[in-house]
Design a protein around this ligand. Sequence first.
Ligand code: TXA
Ligand code: MG
Length: 359
Amino acid sequence: KTKIIKLDKNNFNEDELKEASDILRKGGLVAFPTETVYGLGADGLNSEASGKIYAAKGRPSDNPLILHIAHMGSLKELTADCPEAGMKLANAFWPGPLTMIFNKSDRVPYNTTGGLETVAIRIPSHPIAYELIRKSGVYIAAPSANISGRPSPTMAEHVIEDMDGRIEMIVDGGMVDIGLESTIVDVTGEVPTILRPGYITASMLEAVVGPVNFDKAVLARKGDTGIIPKAPGMKYKHYAPKGDLTILEGTTEAVIQAINKYAAEKTSKGFKVGIISTDETLSCYPKGMVKSIGTRKDEDTIARGLFQILREFDDEGAEYIYTESFESKQLGQAIMNRLLKAAGYHIIKVHDNGLATEP
Ligand code: TXA
Ligand code: MG
């Protein structure tokens, strides 16, 4: 049976994390909030413990886990070398939503790195995550706390939905701040390379270390076609709602018109339709079908709303979902990256003359 405890992230006592810490030290599984999404944690240096994560999530065993640490000093123990770019980025963005890929030391088991010679590491800024690592004395290996393939959890309710009965404990710290997983940067090569876009954008990284590269898969608009992402997890169909998700791209007017047309077609055939709008366009779509993801005036709200809205449409049994698209700049890049994956890269360009082109 899964024990659920509730903590106020701004006002809790470390003793309240004693049981969770004990579970982790004994090789058990605890889900906990981070500033990005909820994580499913185990002792990352205990091969058997991190193995349990794969089973609980139904995760392919070649998909490596992120090690969550509390102090920069731990890098020495976990990595074979600490490149200068990595040090600069760590100083600038840790604790925070940045994960870096280093060459691993012998301390890190292959069960945690999915068989790779590299290891992903970050220091989270969420007070509960941070205190759990510190108090347990464990380097916590943690992927997002969802069943493999489902949208990442941004609230404890999502974790309960996916993990109840599969793990020892869930620490409920309320809604997360960011709502999208951390930015992943590989610092093992000459030029730092972004493997997964996130809250820390390319220009924020470049302000600290100069030019950075993108893994080709990050910028891809179509699935597959021979591009193999360097982050193994980015190759799987991910974040996917149960319904068939389509992204519409074009001017606001044209997109609204197209979504309403597609929605009406599907509804008339008896399908249940969901529409993802923004606060600005909420009133342009039929009530009952539409939900707002957030406001375009503040992209942070859109990032925070994305995974939750996909889960809500799942719960309501939406069979077809249509969404507006977002500019692929700054945080929008991470938003579109997740949305494209959720849609299986199904994006339709709508022209002002009302005609649509499919890829
Ligand atoms: O924000 C986050 O990063 C959250 C919270 C819980 O910290 N965690 C998270 O973990 O998103 P997960 O497992 O869902 O995603 C980790 C990604 C996967 O795509 C995985 O393939 C990649 O990181 N990764 C891990 N280790 C790697 C490595 N050594 N080389 C390349 N990619 C790696
Ligand atoms: Mg994940």
